[in-house]
Write a protein that binds this ligand. Structure first.
Ligand SMILES: NCCC[C@H](NC(=O)CCC(=O)O)C(=O)O
Ligand SMILES: NC(=O)OP(=O)(O)O
Length: 312
């Protein structure tokens, strides 16, 4: 594997999950693998889990992580080809990526979508520019359309907590006041398609995800029907894909409650807004797996970095 940009980079999710569990049971086993290797983490957007767990993963492998908030701290980066740079951008990605490649053996990038320009977001300009102009492997720490470290984490967590051979997994939309990206939901869908699970989606009318990603997954517009016999309810808000980036529905009836959840386990990538997306009564009980999920972020990242280091 040269880069880790999407769930499609996972050749066999079952063996990846087993290897991640093995790293979790002995996190320092490969402490020599990353010795004298540097991981650069570049953030165009906020983060708590990704920023800390990816550094933790690097430290477990003996790597030295260096971190930069690109937005605000670095010079504004130009991504357009042939642009006359007489605006707010001060250096081009061609120089920036080449320069960072000299300091780092692996580069990890977080760059959210605009949610206003669908074509630009779908083109994954920022992530793809790093892949094109950096000379070292690139890791996607949540791009415009995917969050594959999160998707891998979620697959590991479901495997750890499944009580039946083929659990029923529901991805449910929930209300939010802001327009949020599709990246987490997209990668979750792609990860579930690789796993042996009964997978369905629940979202209101007008909130279907990109059909090229959901494929023939059953989509319910009735949450109660979707939740019947569910083992896992993975919750996420996303803005409309069809009416791109719009918040068309904030119906509180889509919030996840203890009553709706029944015996299912609740999952969310975090950060989550309490009593808007999910009620306290879910998060404050052992129905919730969100803390265990966040722990697994370290081992998902550690597995990805290990594979990239082995291929350097
Ligand atoms: N990295 C995990 C989720 C990041 C982002 N959430 C957010 O922006 C939440 C912001 C807020 O609740 O104000 C998203 O949905 O993709
Ligand atoms: N789940 C996740 O990616 O969290 P952060 O946005 O805090 O990194």
């Amino acid at each position: 594997m040269k880069h880790y940009t999407s769930i499609h980079d996972i050749d066999n999710i079952d063996t990846w999950i087993e290897e991640a569990k093995s790293l979790k049971s002995n996190p320092l086993k490969h402490k020599e693998l990353g010795r004298n290797k540097t991981l650069g983490l570049l953030f165009f957007n906020s983060s708590l889990r990704t920023r800390l767990s990816t550094q933790k993963a690097a430290l477990n492998l003996g790597m030295d992580p260096i971190v930069m908030n690109v937005s605000g701290d670095a010079w504004g980066i130009e991504f357009g080809d042939g642009t006359v740079m007489d605006g707010n951008t001060a250096e081009h990605i061609k120089e920036a990526a080449a320069v960072v490649s000299q300091y780092c053996d692996i580069i990890a990038v977080r760059a959210f979508p605009t949610l206003t320009d669908k074509a630009k977001d779908e083109s994954e300009q920022v992530l793809k520019s790093f892949i094109e102009f950096a000379s070292v492997p690139t890791v996607n720490m949540e791009s415009a359309t995917g969050h594959p470290l999160q998707g891998l984490t979620d697959a590991i967590t479901i495997s750890e907590h499944a009580k039946v051979a083929r659990p029923r997994v529901v991805l449910s939309w929930a209300p939010h006041v802001k327009a949020l990206p599709h990246a987490v939901a997209n990668s979750f869908v792609q990860a579930m398609h690789k796993m042996d699970v009964e997978f369905v989606i629940a979202n209101p009318e007008g909130y279907n995800l990109n059909p090229q990603i959901t494929g023939d997954t059953v989509v319910y517009h009735n949450q109660e029907e979707a939740f019947k016999d569910a083992d896992f309810v993975y919750t996420k808000n996303w803005s409309s894909f069809e009416d791109y980036g719009k918040v068309k529905n904030t119906d509180p009836n889509w919030m996840i409650t203890k009553e709706k959840l029944g015996n299912a386990k609740f999952m969310h990538c975090l950060p989550v807004r309490r009593n808007l997306v999910v009620e306290d009564a879910v998060l404050d009980t052992d129905s919730s797996l969100v803390i265990q999920q966040a722990n697994n972020r370290t081992f998902a990242a550690q597995l990805v970095l290990k594979k990239l280091l082995e291929n350097l």
